[in-house]
Design a protein around this ligand. Structure first.
Ligand SMILES: Cc1cc2nc3c(=O)[nH]c(=O)nc-3n(C[C@H](O)[C@H](O)[C@H](O)COP(=O)(O)O)c2cc1C
Ligand code: SF4
Length: 520
């Protein structure tokens, strides 16, 4: 007997890696009459795979569910007193305290059902954008205060304005879906859980700038996202949202998915454009800016997935409404990806301005090991390590920049007090060496020599001299590198030396005073 009309089992890569596919199959066997919807994940990973049942118009969640739990749940009709019952999904505290604007639909809808998308507010933003002029569309994005979520935090509206003002044709919209930063997964989640929001955002970007062709540059490590995006693009074409006359606007916008080959540097916008043109992913000199001479030398908007997927809600609710969230020049919400040694890892969409301590201790529940937090790395592999005494920092672009920290793509990776920060610093620099594009000497040679120097410090060989050498190398990379890869990769190492000198066998005072360190 079917006890459920509709069951929701996430189909995104994180839930599938925890057994969601097998679970969906077992549910289908146990309850053949139930309709099983493969939604996106709500981002509460410690509860995945999470199964939801629709009851009286509400969704009731159970999790984490294993195959062994299936028969008991189905036979008893998913009872509210089951130990795995989490109550109404919307009231799960970790979801209820978020302000989900970009991720409003993710986890709630069938990602590939256009009717479901529309029923949850999809295309309202695009329909409003269609009633505006190109300049009004750009002004709307400017007024929202949206800054690029890919890392550089450049104002999105100003980038669009530059492309709109260019006379050359054709113009391109390129979505940067390379998502190479350690501990980040927001791009993947939205592409797998709500792909039409990205497509809608790209269409609005095209209407605002006069672009006729779009590309999504996706990392090859994301096969689930590739399948979902390809299906979503085909459906959007079929429904007339893409093609020679976008939604009756008279403007053409064609959209294609392109797969990267898996190099971190191909997330940097100019290397990405080289790769899209079929060349080796190497940095281009700037200027010219991609907005003026980008893909095939033509004006190009390069935006991150989250930046573009946030555009529809800005147009749906209005720029002023979006700008109500956040503070100062960090407006709206940040999709924070909480990972590492943390009890409640996942995706949290929260207003800018929240404290790092509140995020880690209250929302994240502290470390998974139960031991004290010792270090946090924000902003991906190029972000400096923060020591536990800096957790009172509010998460805004301004506060982070003023405190030698990086918001980047919103990744926050937590370490407990068993971490060896000298090893982490080495790992960071090694990553920099492996992923260097090789175009300039400070980065190509400097990163490799820096790894060797860290090894000598760890081994206790002339710690004083090698630490001075390492700092000089880092200084050369910071000031002499052609792009932010070589310019930023020294910071994790320098921050580890400054805040955790004991892990390198160095005396604290000497290093924090930036003097020649004494050998311990
Ligand atoms: C080494 C390096 C890697 C980067 N990787 C990414 C990435 O994976 N995804 C991304 O959106 N931006 C990445 N960026 C930033 C892009 O160069 C660019 O600023 C961004 O895509 C612009 O989009 P936004 O303004 O919407 O953030 C990277 C930058 C550097 C220097
Ligand atoms: S800094 Fe590194 S990644 Fe950037 S251009 Fe130079 S070699 Fe390439």
């Amino acid at each position: 007997m079917s006890v459920a009309t509709r069951l929701y089992v996430p189909g995104d890569a994180s839930a599938c890696s925890l057994g969601a596919d097998e679970l969906a199959r077992a549910l289908a066997v146990a309850d053949p009459a139930a309709k099983i919807v493969r939604n996106g994940s709500h981002g509460l990973f410690w509860l995945e795979p999470m199964v939801e049942i629709e009851r009286e118009g509400r969704r009731i969640a159970f999790g984490p569910v294993t195959i062994d739990d299936v028969s008991g749940l189905v036979e008893r009709g998913f009872p509210g007193d089951h130990p795995l019952c989490l109550g109404p999904t919307a009231q799960i505290p970790a979801l209820a305290r978020q302000n989900r604007l970009t991720f409003a639909r993710c986890g709630w809808i069938d990602p590939l059902d256009l009717d479901d998308y529309r029923a949850h507010g999809g295309f309202i933003g695009l329909n409003r954008a269609l009633s505006m002029s190109a300049r009004q569309r750009v002004d709307e994005v400017k007024a929202s205060g949206l800054r690029g979520r890919g890392g550089a935090a450049f104002p999105t509206g100003i980038k669009w304005q530059t492309v709109l003002d260019c006379q050359a044709e054709p113009k391109y919209i390129v979505c940067n879906a390379d998502e190479g930063d350690s501990g980040t997964f927001a791009d993947r989640m939205i592409m797998e859980g709500d792909p039409f929001s990205l497509i809608e955002g790209m269409i609005i970007a095209a209407l605002a700038t006069g672009a006729s062709q779009g590309y999504i540059y996706l990392r090859s490590e994301y096969p689930h996202a590739r399948n979902v995006l390809n299906a979503a693009i085909a459906k959007a074409y079929h429904a007339g949202w893409l093609g020679p006359d976008v939604a009756g606007s008279g403007q053409a916008f064609e959209l294609e998915l392109r797969m990267g080959a898996g190099a971190y540097i191909c997330g940097e916008e100019t290397a990405l454009l080289e790769s899209l043109e079929g060349k080796r992913g190497m940095i281009r000199y700037k200027p010219p800016l991609p907005a003026i001479e980008g893909l095939f030398g033509k004006p190009t908007v390069v935006n991150n997935v989250i930046s573009l997927a946030t555009v529809p809600v800005i147009f749906e609710k209005g720029a002023a409404d979006y700008a109500r969230f956040g503070c100062e020049k960090s407006l709206g919400t940040l999709t924070i990806q909480l990972a590492g040694n943390i009890r409640y890892p996942g995706l949290y969409e929260l207003d800018f301005g929240l404290g790092l301590r509140e995020l880690i201790e209250e929302i994240g529940g502290g470390t998974a090991s139960g031991r004290p937090v010792r270090a946090v790395q924000c902003g991906g592999p190029l972000g400096p390590f923060l020591s536990a005494d800096r957790l009172d920092l509010p998460i805004t672009y301004e506060d982070f920049a003023g405190s030698s920290a990086m918001v980047g793509h919103g990744g926050v990776v937590v370490f407990d007090d068993t971490v060896d920060m000298a090893r982490m610093a080495r790992f960071s620099m090694k990553f920099g060496a492996v992923e260097s594009c090789g175009k300039c000497t400070p980065c190509r040679v400097g990163t490799t020599r820096a790894v060797e120097t860290i090894d000598r410090i760890i081994a206790g060989t002339d710690r004083s001299g090698n630490t001075a050498l390492l700092k000089a190398l880092c200084d050369t990379m910071i000031h002499g590198s052609l792009c932010a890869h070589g310019g930023l990769i020294p910071y994790p190492v320098l921050s580890a030396l400054e805040h955790f000198p004991e892990d390198f066998g160095l005396i604290t005072d000497a290093v924090t005073n930036q003097q020649t360190p004494r050998v311990s």
